[in-house]
Design a protein around this ligand. Structure first.
Ligand code: ZN
Length: 293
């Protein structure tokens, strides 16, 4: 049995001092697979250059320096895309090379999804910023559809607009509403679209705790994935300065408590769901074999 973290940013500088020993520790504590989504357009190159030891053996001395062997690491997959709060750093002239970067990353075998993409209204947007967000949300929805890759969705204070846009797409390839922190009515809309909900630190945080708890109690267990958004969204009880996948087992226990079931059921279901969403590129069997061995 094994946990998964469907959303974490281990390419970021927060992890520069202990990236490999931390990841090995995650694996020892049962985190078998992690999905790392792109944030900036450049992340589509740099996330794998920072983390993918198989493609970039020049990373091996870094592992050595931390006393870690590659086989001690969790499986790491990626999502190619650009985050909704990064799209207004570019202009129309950038659109071409951004899309090229996303498409070229999406062709790599460890890239299992498109994202993170969506809408984020937590800062006040000018009409131009809003237009860029919409444009890049639609663009990535089209790329996901064309390449049949599931979506990693970042939707913050924008559920109504996001849902009405998502309804215009067939969403055959599904996706995950990352860091879901809405109530049951919102959850039901996403679930009806065939999407999954990412369960992370926000279930421990006010003011989401009560409403998200109700939603996660009513949502079918086969539509929930565990996530951290590491280094962000620290659970209320987390005393480490940055959030990491090490909080996943405790978050799973909280979810089990909310639903009145055993933590093992949460572990098993959310890991199965991880592979159900990312199966097109996932290597479930090889990972299970490795963990059993
Ligand atoms: Zn994220």
């Amino acid at each position: 049995m094994v946990y998964t973290d469907s959303h974490a940013h281990y390419d970021l500088k927060h992890f520069n001092n202990n990236r490999w020993s931390l990841l090995a520790e995650c694996r020892r504590r049962g985190i078998g697979a992690i999905l790392v989504p792109a944030i900036r357009p450049e992340s589509n190159d740099t996330m794998m250059q920072t983390l993918d030891v198989e493609t970039y053996p020049e990373l091996l001395p870094q592992l050595d320096a931390e006393g870690v062997r590659p086989e001690e690491l969790p499986e790491i997959y990626y999502a190619a895309g650009v985050h909704p709060t990064r799209v207004w750093n570019g202009t129309e002239e950038d659109d071409g090379w951004w899309e090229q970067k996303i498409r070229s990353a999406a062709g790599k075998k460890k890239v299992a999804a498109i994202g993170e993409t969506g809408l984020d209204y937590h800062v006040e947007l000018t009409p131009e910023m809003r237009e860029r967000q919409m444009e890049w949300f639609h663009r990535q929805l089209r790329i996901g559809e064309e390449l049949e890759l599931p979506l990693v969705l970042h939707i913050r204070m924008a559920d109504d607009d996001a849902i009405s846009i998502l309804k215009r797409y067939p969403l055959r390839q599904s996706g995950v509403v990352h860091c879901f922190n809405g109530g049951w009515e919102t959850a039901r809309e996403y679930l009806n679209l065939g999407l999954y909900l990412g369960v992370g630190g926000s279930i421990t945080l006010e003011p989401y705790r009560a409403s998200v708890g109700e939603a996660l109690k009513k949502a079918p267990l086969d539509r929930l994935l565990m996530e951290t958004d590491a280094p962000y969204v620290r659970p209320s009880w987390c005393t480490d300065p940055v959030n990491t996948s090490l909080v996943i087992p405790a978050l799973a226990r909280e979810l089990a408590e909310i639903r009145g079931i055993q933590p093992e059921e949460v572990e098993q279901a959310t890991t199965e769901n991880f592979w159900a969403v990312y199966r097109s590129r996932g290597r479930h069997s090889s990972m299970e074999n490795r963990l059993d061995g």
